[in-house]
Design a protein around this ligand. Structure first.
Ligand code: CMC
Length: 433
C-alpha cells in the first residue's frame, strides 16, 4: 500500500508551558485528522480516547463511511449499487484488489475460489471433539484458528504470494466450515461443496441439503444470501476489523488473526446483535407487548437490539437494502403473517415514530433486517453471527493485507491513564490487612 494521506495544515496544542505544532492531514474524503504521533515525544502527555470515538487508527483505501449522510462506499462504489449489480465474488475481488474485475478476471477468481472450497479430510475430524450441542460460533472461533495448523505452508506474511493463497483459502473455505459448524450442531452429516454452484447457492446447499433430500435454493433465497454477503463484507475500522489489524500488527499468521476477528464479532454489541435482535422479538412475542417493552427500553432496563450505531446517525444504508430484501423473502415464502415478523414490523414502525428514538438518532441497523431475513431463510438464531463471519472474512483479509503492506504500520500498542496504586513495598504476610 502506498501512503496517500497529505498534510493540509497544522494545529497548535498547548499543555502547561509546552506548545507543539501538530500536522493536520487530509484523506480523499471525510474529516481531516490531527497527526499526534510526535505528541508524547515532545510534550510527555498522551491522548485519552476509550472506545476510539475520536481516533483514526490507520490510513485505509478500502471502505468509506459518512455516518451523518448514511453513506457506505467500498473502494468508492455505493453499497446499494454493488448489492444491486454484483455477485459476492465480484465484490470480494473489488475489496481485495481495489478494482471491480473484468469478465476474464472474474472467471479466473471464481475458478480459484471454487476450487479451494474443500477442507482437508483430517479437518473434518477436528469437529468430533466438540459437544454435540456446541454453539456454531464457538466452533467457528476454534476451527478457523485451527486452519493455521492445517495450512501452515501459507503463513509467511512477508511473502505477497503466500498472503494471496491464504486469502483465497479463507474466502473459499469459510462457507464450508460455517456449514459444517451448523451441521454438527444439529446432528446432521456434512455436505460437501459443489463446484458448479455460485458462492451463495453452494453455502445454502451445504447448510440445508441432507443425504435423503437435495436442497435446491429458491432464487429469492440466493439473491438474499448474495445481499447478506455483500452488505456485511466490510465496514471500515469496526471492532472485529480493528481486532484483526491489532492481532496482525504483531505479525501473527492470517488464520489466527481472522479467528481473533471472529471472537470479537461474536459479542451482542457487534455481530451478535442479529441473534440478540431475533431473541428480543421472540421475548416480546406478540404485538400487544410492544408498548411495555418500549417503556422498558426508555427506562434503560433493556436495549432495543438491532437499533442504533456508533457511526450512522441518520440511517444505516445497509439496512435500507436489507429491509427490501427481507420483504422480498417474506413475500416469496408467504411469511408476512408470521407472528415474529408482525412484531418486527410493528416495532420498527413504533420506534421510528417515537421521540425518544428520534432524539437519539436510533434507526434500525443492518442486523435488525438481516436477522429477520436469515430466520426466513431457515437459519436458527445461533447461525446468524456465523453468516456475518462468512461475509466479513473478505473485509478482514483485505484490511489485514493492507496493514501488512503499509510502510507506516507499527505494532499496535496503546497506552493508558493509570489510576491504580502508586509504588508501595510488599509487607510480610502477617503484617497485611
Ligand atoms: N436501544 C436503546 N437505547 C439505545 C440503543 C439501543 N439499541 N443504542 C443507543 N441507545 C441510547 C443510549 O442509551 C444513549 O442514550 P442517552 O444519550 O440518553 O444516554 C444514546 O442512545 C447513545 O448511545 P451510545 O451507547 O452512546 O451509542 P454507542 O455509539 O456507544 O453505541 C451501539 C452504539 C451499536 C453499541 C448501540 O447503539 C447498541 O448497543 N445497539 C444495540 C446493539 C446493536 O444493534 N448492534 C449492532 C450494530 S450494527 C452491526 C455492527 O456494526 O456490528
Amino acid at each position: 500500500m502506498e501512503n496517500k494521506v497529505a498534510k493540509s495544515g497544522s494545529a497548535t496544542l498547548t499543555v502547561g508551558d509546552k506548545s507543539v505544532e501538530l500536522p493536520v492531514l487530509k484523506g480523499s474524503v471525510g474529516p481531516d485528522v490531527v497527526d499526534i504521533r510526535k505528541l508524547y515525544g515532545e510534550t510527555d502527555v498522551f491522548t485519552f480516547d476509550p472506545g476510539f470515538t475520536s481516533t483514526a487508527s490507520c490510513e485505509s483505501q478500502i471502505t468509506f463511511i459518512d455516518g451523518d449522510q448514511g453513506i457506505l462506499l467500498y473502494r468508492g462504489y455505493p453499497i446499494d449499487q454493488l448489492a444491486e449489480s454484483c455477485s459476492f465474488l465480484e465484490v470480494a475481488y473489488l475489496l481485495l484488489n481495489g478494482e471491480l474485475p473484468t469478465a476474464s478476471e472474474l472467471t479466473e477468481f471464481e475458478h480459484t475460489i471454487t476450487h479451494h472450497t474443500m477442507v482437508h479430510d483430517q479437518f473434518n475430524r477436528f469437529f468430533q471433539g466438540f459437544r454435540r450441542d456446541a454453539p456454531p460460533m464457538a466452533i467457528m472461533v476454534a476451527a478457523v484458528g485451527a486452519l493455521s495448523a492445517f495450512y501452515h505452508d501459507s503463513t509467511n506474511i512477508h511473502d505477497e504470494k503466500q498472503r494471496e493463497i491464504s486469502a483465497h483459502r479463507m474466502i473459499a473455505k469459510m462457507p464450508t466450515i460455517a456449514a459444517q459448524a451448523f451441521k454438527y450442531s444439529v446432528g446432521q452429516p456434512f455436505v460437501y461443496p459443489r463446484n458448479e454452484l455460485s458462492y451463495a447457492e453452494n453455502f445454502l446447499r451445504m447448510c440445508f441439503s441432507v443425504p435423503a433430500e437435495d436442497y435446491k435454493p429458491h432464487p429469492v433465497a440466493v439473491k438474499a444470501m448474495n445481499h447478506l454477503l455483500i452488505l456485511q463484507a466490510d465496514h471500515e475500522q469496526n471492532a472485529s476489523t480493528s481486532t484483526v489489524r491489532q492481532a496482525g500488527s504483531s505479525e501473527a499468521n492470517p488464520f489466527a488473526c481472522i479467528a481473533a476477528g471472529i471472537a470479537c464479532l461474536w459479542g451482542p454489541l457487534h455481530g451478535g446483535a442479529n441473534e440478540a435482535a431475533l431473541n428480543m422479538l421472540k421475548e416480546i412475542g406478540t404485538v400487544d407487548k410492544i408498548p411495555a417493552f418500549i417503556e422498558g427500553v426508555k427506562n434503560r432496563e433493556q436495549k432495543l437490539m438491532g437499533f442504533g450505531h456508533r457511526v450512522y446517525k441518520s440511517y444505516d444504508p445497509r439496512a435500507k437494502v436489507m429491509q427490501k430484501t427481507a420483504h422480498e423473502v417474506l413475500d416469496a415464502f408467504g411469511m408476512h403473517d408470521d407472528p415474529l415478523m408482525k412484531v418486527a414490523m410493528e416495532l420498527e414502525r413504533i420506534a421510528l415514530e417515537d421521540q425518544y428514538f428520534i432524539d437519539r438518532k436510533l434507526y434500525p441497523n443492518v442486523d435488525f433486517y438481516s436477522g429477520i431475513t436469515m430466520n426466513a431463510l431457515g437459519f436458527p438464531a445461533d447461525m446468524f453471527t456465523v453468516l456475518f463471519a462468512v461475509s466479513r472474512t473478505v473485509g478482514w483479509i483485505a484490511q489485514w493485507n493492507e496493514m501488512i503492506s503499509d510502510p507506516s504500520q507499527k505494532i499496535s500498542r496503546p497506552r493508558q491513564v493509570y489510576t491504580g496504586a502508586p509504588h508501595r513495598d510488599v509487607a510480610p504476610i502477617e503484617k497485611r490487612g
